[in-house]
Design a protein around this ligand. Structure first.
Ligand code: PXP
Length: 258
């Protein structure tokens, strides 16, 4: 383990979906409204965020097609488009060409992305979308639970990254139960990914409170994708300050890839 080694910093990708959630609560069906997720993304970048993440859901409950196109045109960092395997969304991704896509499962009834992608059970479909995106120069990340089987299947698809689903860890932290078990799962999945040549991101449910234990234990992470807690905090302290708070906690990470 390279504990103690100073490595290139852990990156912050801000998921701005919930800025659009707030807009849609008032302006659904309109051609403009506030708050504007693109303006929020630009504030995040100015405050030091390394990338912007947006999830174009099939039901368009928050981010809309026009947001994705405008983000592509206006942000200066990396655009990470989260998407399901749905053919309609794949075609949009092909035309928008984000820097990276993160393939996620999607069920309409869920409030947010609840579980990881079942790569084991959908190997062919995931591989086909991965090849299509890689073929036009777009990297691919697979959002999976911290299960070694899913990591191994992810490597078989040819994807460049996995994003480890930290939702169960976040939940265990809230409940005060099972934290060590969830951290051990994340550690094992990250190590296996590294052995297989996959790069590792992580996200879901991360907060300033639950990050320190994650950063102390889980190796090889390159980027964290953080949405709800950061956007929530921005409501009270402003977007720049909220980004700064997360970056300050992430600065101490010493287990990243050398
Ligand atoms: N990563 C992925 C793949 C997600 O689907 C989400 C939630 O949209 C996040 C990260 C961010 O999760 P949260 O909003 O809980 O920070």
């Amino acid at each position: 383990m390279n504990q103690g080694t100073v490595v290139a910093g852990l990156k912050l990708g801000v998921n701005i979906d919930h800025v659009a959630t707030l807009r849609e609560a008032r302006y659904r069906g309109r051609t403009h409204g506030e708050p504007d997720p693109v303006e929020a993304a630009l504030l995040c970048e100015a405050a030091g965020a390394h990338g912007i993440t947006a999830h174009l859901r099939e039901d368009r409950r928050h981010i809309l097609d026009r947001d994705v196109r405008e983000l592509r045109a206006r942000i200066g960092t990396r655009l990470n488009l989260e998407m399901a395997l749905a053919p309609e969304i794949v075609e949009i991704a092909v035309s928008v060409k984000p820097d990276i896509v993160c393939l996620v499962p999607e069920r309409r009834e869920e409030v947010t992305t609840e579980g990881g992608l079942d790569v084991v059970g959908q190997l062919e479909a995931v591989t086909a979308v991965t090849r299509r995106m890689n073929g036009i120069g777009v990297e691919v990340s697979l959002f999976i639970g911290p299960d070694v089987d899913q990591v191994e299947a992810s490597a078989a698809t040819g994807a460049q990254f996995i994003e480890l689903h930290t939702g169960a860890y976040a939940e265990s932290f809230l409940e005060g139960e099972g934290v060590d078990v969830e951290l051990a799962r994340l550690v094992a999945a990250s190590k296996r990914a590294r052995e297989l040549g996959l790069r590792v991101n992580a996200g879901h449910g991360l907060t300033v409170a639950n990050l320190p234990a994650l950063l102390e234990r889980v190796p090889y992470m390159e980027e964290l994708n953080i949405g709800h807690s950061l956007v929530s905090r921005a409501v009270t302290v402003g977007m720049a300050a909220a980004v700064g708070e997360f970056l300050a906690v992430m600065k101490g990470y010493r287990l990243g890839p050398v």
